[in-house]
Ligand binder design. Structure first.
Ligand code: GRF
Length: 224
């Protein structure tokens, strides 16, 4: 059997996406080996979750470094030491310096709570509601130096409910983020999805549009 994909996770917050990955790995759905969870916040839920699951966990505080570049050099040298095949940013709330992004290009993905290219950056749910959007969702994309702008690999779409607020929308999107991230990492781990090329390739063919998470929780090719 092929070696499991070595995955490192970057997170700053509660870590529910990390939790979904861990659960899927434990259930035999996700053939990965967690080589480490890394954070800019020593007190975050994601690190506690990692430690509770015997995954190496490390936080470095940005306050201990003179600038972003120095911080990222230190953090990414620790990541490099555990030799991940893939780095998944799952709620990592810091910009990453261009040098590090370039070094890991083709090996780093991020989950973002909007239907990219709509709403890069923060407050995506409130912005979608303010614009009167009927659909919202989440995307997994390749990380490039421009914020939330790399090739979109997969998306989960959902209808905005009449009268709902940003909190409700965020909760419903998050529920879909978990299977979206698990299935996307699974496709990479199985070799179906190749993120090392531009454009990425799915089952040998260039990915023309993002894969779509079906209601049954599977990734499917978009139908036009
Ligand atoms: C998610 O909404 C993710 O898309 C965004 O930050 C949030 C992280 O949530 N980038 P969690 O820490 O995984 O629960």
């Amino acid at each position: 059997m092929a070696e499991p994909l070595r995955i490192a996770v970057l997170a700053s917050g509660r870590g529910s996406n990390l939790g979904a990955l861990i659960e899927a790995q434990r259930n035999g759905v996700l053939p990965v080996h967690f080589v480490g969870v890394f954070s800019d916040r020593a007190d975050c839920g994601a690190l506690a979750l990692a430690r509770g699951n015997d995954i190496p966990a490390l936080a470095l505080s940005p306050a201990d470094f003179p600038d972003r570049r120095a911080y990222d050099e230190a953090l990414f040298s620790r990541i490099e030491a555990v030799q991940p095949d893939l780095i998944a940013c799952a709620g990592y709330m810091r910009l990453i310096s261009e040098e590090c992004v370039r070094r890991w290009r083709g090996k780093m993905i991020n989950i973002h709570p909007s239907l990219l290219p709509a709403y890069p950056g923060l407050r995506t749910h409130a912005r979608a509601l303010a614009a009167g959007d009927r659909e919202h969702g989440a995307s997994v994309h390749c990380v490039i130096p421009e914020l939330d702008a790399g090739a979109v690999l997969s998306q989960a779409r959902l209808a905005v409910l009449p009268g709902e607020d940003a909190e409700s929308l965020a909760r419903r999107v998050l529920e879909r983020e978990h299977p979206l991230l698990v299935q996307t990492v699974r496709a990479i781990a199985l070799g179906d999805l190749d993120v090392s090329t531009t454009p990425p390739r799915f089952r040998g063919a260039a990915l023309g549009s993002p894969l779509v998470l079906s209601d049954a929780g599977q990734l499917e090719q978009a139908t036009c």
